[in-house]
Design a protein around this ligand. Structure first.
Ligand SMILES: [Zn+2]
Length: 365
C-alpha cells in the first residue's frame, strides 16, 4: 500500500549544493550564477502548432506594432489573438479597434477594461456597463479585469475595493446578457504574497520588479482575493469567467480542479505559468486531460514566433528539462518538462474551447 500526501516540495538538496558551491566561490552572487545544464536530451523544434492557435490572452496596446504582431502570428501558426488592452479610460479601446481591425478584423479581437478610477461616481456599475455595451456594439468581444482589482484600487473611503464589491455587479451581469466572457486576473503568484527573503522562490523576479511584492498589511491576503473572485463567479452563473494564469493558483492544481468542478461557468488559461505547470508535468498532464474542455491557450507575451514555439514544445512534446523563460521573462530559474498531450486535447486547448466561448456572443455585428 502506498500513502500519498500533498505537501510543499522543498528543494533542500538544491539549496545545500548551492550553499556548498557558494562557500567555494565566495565572491559569486546569486544573481550571477547561471548554471549551464550538461544534460544531453531531445530538443524538438516545432515551428507551427498541430492545430491553428487562438491566443486568448495577450496585450497588443502598442498599436504601432500591429503589423509586426500579425507577421509573427503568421510565422507561428497563430490564427487569432485577443488583446486585453481595450481600455475604457479615455476611450482608448476605440483607437485600438480602429488600428487593429484596419490590419485584420478576423485575426485580432479586443477585450474592454473598465475604468475603476470612477468607482466613487454614483451608478458606477450601470454607467460602465452602458459603456461596455457601446464598446461591444463597436466591435469589442470581451471584458478584462486586471489584478489591481481587489489589491491596489482604493475608493474614497481609503479601503481596497474588493473583487465582489456590489457596485461592480451590473458589469458582470451585462457580460452575461451580451454573451461575452470575462478574462479575470486577480492576485498573483503565491511567492509575491510571502516575504521577499531567502526562502522566496521568485526572488529573481522580485529583485527586478520589487513592486510585484504584495506581502504585508497593506494588501489583502491572496486567499481572500480568490474567495472574492469565486463569490462573483457563483453570483453570476450566466456569465463566463476565464481565470488567467491557470486560475491564478497553478501552484495548487487540486484547488483549481475543485473550482472547475463547482463552477460550470469557470474556465482557465495557461498564460505565463509554464514555470509552475512544467515543474509538475505528471499532475499537469492528468489535469489537462481531465479538464480538457475548460482550458484555453494564452501567452501574455506580445506576439513573437520564438515565444509561441516554447509553448508548442511544452504542450506537444515529451522533451525534458528545458528553459521556459524565452516565452515569458521573470519566471524564476525553473526548467520544465513537456506534456505530450493527445491530439484531441491539444485541439481543444489551441482553439476549440476558445471558439466555443467566443461563439456565445449574442450580438450580430
Ligand atoms: Zn496579461
Amino acid at each position: 500500500m502506498r500513502s500519498v500526501h500533498r505537501v510543499s516540495i522543498c528543494p533542500l538538496m538544491t539549496l545545500l549544493f548551492a550553499l556548498a558551491y557558494a562557500a567555494q566561490v565566495p565572491d559569486l552572487k546569486l544573481d550571477d550564477w547561471q548554471p549551464r545544464s550538461q544534460m544531453v536530451g531531445e530538443q524538438t523544434v516545432i515551428l507551427k502548432p498541430k492545430f491553428p492557435v487562438i491566443d486568448i490572452h495577450n496585450h497588443l496596446g502598442d498599436l504601432d506594432k500591429t503589423k509586426h504582431y500579425l507577421a509573427e502570428m503568421d510565422k507561428a501558426g497563430v490564427w487569432k489573438c485577443v488583446s486585453l488592452d481595450g481600455k475604457s479610460a479615455g476611450d482608448f479601446y476605440k483607437e485600438h479597434l480602429r488600428v487593429s481591425h484596419a490590419v485584420s478584423k478576423d485575426r485580432f479581437l479586443i477585450f474592454f477594461r473598465p475604468d475603476f478610477s470612477r468607482i466613487d461616481e454614483p451608478n458606477f456599475g450601470e454607467t460602465e456597463a452602458r459603456r461596455l455595451e457601446e464598446a461591444v456594439h463597436l466591435g469589442v468581444r470581451g471584458l478584462k479585469i486586471a489584478k489591481s482589482l481587489g489589491l491596489t484600487i482604493h475608493d474614497k473611503s481609503g479601503q481596497v475595493v474588493p473583487v465582489d464589491d456590489p457596485r461592480i455587479d451590473p458589469i458582470w451581469a451585462k457580460c452575461g446578457d451580451l454573451g461575452i466572457s470575462v478574462m479575470i486576473h486577480v492576485s498573483d503568484p503565491k511567492a509575491f504574497f510571502t516575504p521577499n527573503d531567502r526562502f522566496n522562490e521568485r526572488i529573481d523576479a522580485l529583485g527586478l520588479q520589487p513592486n510585484w511584492s504584495f506581502y504585508g498589511d497593506r494588501f489583502p491576503a491572496k486567499e481572500e482575493i480568490l474567495e472574492q473572485r469565486n463569490r462573483v463567479i457563483a453570483r453570476h452563473p450566466e456569465t463566463t469567467f476565464i481565470g488567467t494564469h491557470f486560475g491564478n493558483l497553478p501552484e495548487e492544481l487540486d484547488q483549481v480542479a475543485n473550482w472547475l468542478d463547482v463552477y460550470p461557468n469557470f474556465y482557465i488559461d495557461i498564460d505565463a505559468r509554464m514555470g509552475e505547470l512544467g515543474r509538475q508535468p505528471y499532475t499537469t498532464r492528468k489535469f489537462m486531460i481531465k479538464y480538457q474542455d475548460r482550458i484555453l491557450f494564452g501567452t501574455d507575451t506580445p506576439p513573437s514566433a520564438d515565444s509561441y514555439r516554447v509553448y508548442y514544445r511544452f504542450l506537444e512534446t515529451d522533451d525534458e528539462y528545458f528553459d521556459p523563460n524565452p516565452a515569458h521573462p521573470y519566471q524564476g530559474r525553473w526548467m520544465v518538462y513537456g506534456l505530450f498531450l493527445p491530439d484531441q486535447v491539444l485541439e481543444k486547448i489551441y482553439n476549440k474551447n476558445a471558439l466555443k466561448i467566443l461563439g456565445t456572443f449574442k450580438g450580430n455585428n
